[in-house]
Design a binder for this molecule. Structure first.
Ligand SMILES: Cc1cc2nc3c(=O)[nH]c(=O)nc-3n(C[C@H](O)[C@H](O)[C@H](O)COP(=O)(O)OP(=O)(O)OC[C@H]3O[C@@H](n4cnc5c(N)ncnc54)[C@H](O)[C@@H]3O)c2cc1C
Length: 389
């Protein structure tokens, strides 16, 4: 086992760290941050900064302007980007665009890549991924998909309602999951500014970092030509896995960076603040919380790096990414929650960034598969095959 990073990757890690601390952190108090993410002009300014330093969409292939990072490379660089909540926006590696870029690279036709992937990878536009539906539709259980796609000559007519759709408001196009008459799921590409796509409302949400927020989207007799099917008809669930296994891991990477930031703030406070005659950090109750933070941060990183390595070997990494997702989302939550506690009253106020990070990371235990669903699918495998160690 060799955990050392290549000189090139180390250089990229340091370059990203400098970029985030010197250029992005100072912008964190910019007022153009709304309850539903940065405004579009602020997002474009941030993306321009990422482009200027050659760090835009580093996971995209060089053909589409990126650095072609493999999963281990992403693990190192995305963690650095996540140190600021604006970092993933500036580097255009936030959800859902990052996962959509990956999926389009894997599955789209050359024509589809020119039309949708090229402007997306350059940061000129945003995109969204439309899978989840209000009950009784798809959520934890994607098989409950209720949005329909009915073939009409050389077109498909899509009807249904999606919700929690991150970035839908302001997105250039959507990847839509819908069920054909045979019950199989298909993915469709569709521009957002056309009849048949309606943004019903933007949902109020605890988190505020995602550009465009999370929307309810109604698809009303949306006509999509057969040429805009992504990949092959009926393979939607398989492609969802192509997207989700790496995408849930990249969430772990970015939120690990955010957890590190919260920990730095809390550790800094505990080193300075004196109570009962000594610095906070010297009180075992606080010192142990900070020690547990470092254990959770280290263990999260190891689980991310290992899963990234598994994916880089060409394996699907379903089990590893499920385990990493559960572990990291819960460990990161523990870290940030302890930081709130260490900071005392300030922890729940806007006096430090920790309160924002606390609100941002809560949903990570739910999206890309709630913890319970990952545990359930791991348990299902044990039920089928027994213990695997
Ligand atoms: C901030 C945010 C952003 C999102 N962005 C997108 C997006 O861009 N596109 C998109 O399509 N979707 C998106 N989602 C939706 C997300 O993927 C779903 O919320 C998630 O899959 C859970 O589905 P649900 O909300 O319908 O919960 P439900 O399916 O109703 O499940 C509710 C709860 O039941 C429990 N549960 C479910 N199954 C089991 C089981 N087998 N065993 C034990 N317990 C179980 C879990 O605790 C789960 O949280 C987003 C969600 C959030 C919160």
């Amino acid at each position: 086992m060799d955990f050392s990073l290549s000189p090139d990757l180390q250089e990229l890690q340091h370059r990203t760290r400098r970029f985030i601390r010197e250029r992005i952190v100072p912008l964190e108090s910019d007022p153009r941050q709304t309850a539903h993410g940065p405004t579009e002009d602020f997002r474009r300014e941030l993306v321009a900064l990422g482009r200027e330093v050659g760090l835009l969409a580093p996971h995209a292939s060089p053909e589409f302007g990126g650095l072609g990072l493999n999963n281990v490379g992403k693990a190192v660089v995305f963690e650095e980007a996540g140190y600021s909540l604006l970092g993933p926006v500036a580097m255009h590696i936030f959800a859902p665009d990052e996962g959509n870029i990956h999926l389009l690279e894997q599955v789209a036709t050359p024509e589809q890549k020119e039309r949708w992937l090229r402007p997306l990878a350059s940061g000129a536009i945003r995109s969204c991924f439309c899978m989840t539906e209000p009950a009784p539709g798809a959520g934890s259980d994607p098989a409950a998909l209720s949005t329909t796609a009915v073939q009409d000559g050389n077109h498909w007519i899509i009807n249904g309602t999606k919700w929690f759709i991150t970035g839908a408001d302001g997105a250039g196009f959507a990847i839509i999951m819908a069920k054909g008459e045979d019950g199989a799921a298909t993915m469709f590409l569709a521009d957002m500014d056309q009849p048949g796509v309606e943004i019903v409302r933007t949902m109020h949400s605890m988190d505020q970092a995602f550009a465009g927020g999370h929307a309810v989207v109604r698809l009303n007799d949306l006509r999509v030509p057969a040429s805009d099917i992504l990949g092959e008809p009926g393979k939607g669930f398989r492609y969802a896995q192509v997207r989700l296994a790496p995408a849930r891991l990249t969430h772990c990477m970015r939120w690990l960076g955010a957890a590190r930031r919260a920990h730095d703030i809390a550790a800094g406070y505990a080193q300075q603040r004196e109570v009962f005659g000594t610095r906070l950090v010297n009180h075992e109750g606080v010192g142990f919380m900070l020690a547990d933070n470092e254990i959770d941060i280290r263990m999260s990183r190891l689980s991310i790096w290992h899963t990234a390595w598994v994916l880089d070997q060409g394996a699907r990494g379903t089990t590893e990414s499920s385990m990493a997702k559960v572990f990291c989302s819960e460990a990161i939550w523990r870290v940030v929650d302890r930081c709130v506690q260490v900071l005392g009253g300030q922890g729940v106020t806007g006096e430090t960034l920790v309160e924002r990070i606390f609100r941002e990371v809560r949903a990570f235990r739910i999206y890309d598969g709630p913890s319970e669903v990952h545990r359930w699918s791991l348990a299902q495998r044990i039920a089928r095959q027994g213990s695997n160690w």
